[in-house]
Design a protein around this ligand. Structure first.
Ligand code: NAD
Length: 247
């Protein structure tokens, strides 16, 4: 299947985990990939794997939460790729803690990267999407943005924010055939969830109707669908990939 042939996708947080799986999935469907992560070296493995699939891949360093960094990187991306068709806002962090003990710094860091980062990266590519009258934007939210979680007030707020942002941007850009959708993954096996204690993991599994954690590829499959021509009539939606957690 080459449904993304001749397309260029930008994936933030592409160095590992879900972002790497998304980059490889889109490349497998024929897209060339601009890999963005905090440091150039974080992108090396993904770039090598994308090239192994026979597609072009470029590494870019950016902190998604800093406007100057995002703008400079977007310029470099457009200079290298000459166009962008797909943007996946995947970079994200957690800094968990109970509300009463949560520091302002931990609140700000999570909101800045997860929510402001999504805004900044979307804004910077909107001009070229508008000009070409096409584009698919996929934002990685979370089940926590839908149902909440004790100890994750900052993360839950940031991901609920991503969902509100997605719907507003979808309405704003729809007249130019630009789609904006979100995916709300449940608990997926990555470095982010490797921190969960065995006891907490037991409790977690009881909340997942399908009875196991998801894989990065489960999320990547949903991104491929929303970024492909098959989803051309879908915008402003939140697709849960969570083993049934949020139903
Ligand atoms: P991860 O920690 O394995 O990977 C995140 C990547 O983002 C890393 O490569 C990291 O370097 C990069 N990154 C972090 N801050 C950045 C910044 N400021 N600028 C640029 N890049 C930055 O995480 P993951 O589990 O692969 O999660 C990816 C996305 O999926 C996140 O948005 C996360 O919130 C979301 N998500 C994950 C899960 C899960 O269970 N793993 C569930 C729901 C949602």
């Amino acid at each position: 299947m080459n449904e993304l042939a001749n397309q260029v996708a930008v994936v933030t947080g592409a160095g590992r985990g879900i972002g790497q799986a998304i980059a490889l999935k889109l490349a497998g469907a024929g897209a060339d990939i601009a890999c963005v992560d905090l440091k150039l070296e974080f992108c090396a493995e993904t770039v090598q794997k994308v090239q192994g699939l026979g597609r072009k891949a470029w590494p870019f360093a950016a902190n998604v939460s800093e406007a100057a960094s995002v703008e400079a990187t977007a310029e470099q991306i457009l200079a290298a790729t000459s166009k962008v068709d797909i943007l996946v806002n995947n970079a994200g962090i957690t800094k968990d803690g109970l509300l009463m003990r949560m520091s302002e710094a931990d609140w700000d860091a999570v909101l800045d990267i997860n929510l402001k980062g999504t805004f900044l990266f979307t804004k910077v590519f909107t001009r070229s999407f508008l000009k070409q009258r096409s584009g698919h934007i996929v934002n990685i939210a979370s089940v926590i943005g839908l149902i909440g979680n004790a100890g994750q007030c900052n993360y839950g707020a940031s991901k609920a924010g991503v969902i509100g942002f997605t719907k507003s941007a979808a309405r704003e850009l729809a007249s130019r055939s630009i789609t904006v959708n979100a995916i709300a993954p449940g608990f997926i096996e990555t470095a982010m969830t490797a921190k969960i204690s065995p006891e907490a993991r037991e409790g977690l599994l009881k909340q997942i109707p399908l009875g196991n954690l998801g894989q990065p590829d489960d999320v990547a499959n949903a991104v491929l669908f929303l970024a492909s021509p098959a989803a051309r009539y879908i915008t402003g939606q939140v697709l849960s990939v969570d083993g049934g957690m949020a139903m």
